[in-house]
Design a binder for this molecule. Structure first.
Ligand SMILES: [Fe+2]
Length: 138
């Protein structure tokens, strides 16, 4: 199974956000690691599923506070993309909680969240990189 690897090319020129993106990938990877273990329990996977969801939401919130604080001009479109992700992740967490095939659903969620973040960093997050640098953040 492919894991998510953060490299300097994924940097958005802000150390707080870069660290959060790396942590987000680390949790997605550790959920994938769990789903590869034969002896994994449903409970272990559900704990990690919640950790991934909670961390993802915490991270999006951090960005949104920065958008408000510095009145980021593209904030409405960016938050819209966060909200679509929040909705999809909530749905997946619910599915994992209710479904019998936890392994499959947990793997699907880890891959979805990691892929989404990789694309989101490359497109939407790059839009704010220079803006926050211009505000003196690093
Ligand atoms: Fe974002």
């Amino acid at each position: 199974m492919n894991k998510f690897v953060w490299t300097i090319k994924n940097s958005v020129k802000n150390s707080t956000i870069d660290e959060q993106h790396q942590m987000f990938f680390r949790i997605a990877n550790s959920l994938l690691d769990l789903t590869e273990r034969d002896d994994v329990t449903r409970e272990e996977m559900m704990i990690k599923v919640s950790e991934l969801g909670n961390y993802a939401f915490y991270h999006l919130g951090t960005e949104e506070v920065m958008f408000d604080t510095y009145d980021y001009p593209e904030k409405i479109a960016h938050i819209k993309s966060h909200n679509a992700f929040r909705e999809a992740v909530n749905k997946m967490m619910l599915e994992a909680r209710e479904g019998n095939n936890t392994k499959e659903l947990a793997e699907k969620m880890a891959n979805f969240a990691g892929d989404w973040l990789m694309n989101h960093i490359a497109v939407s997050d790059q839009h704010y990189a220079d803006f926050f640098v211009s505000k003196g953040l690093k």
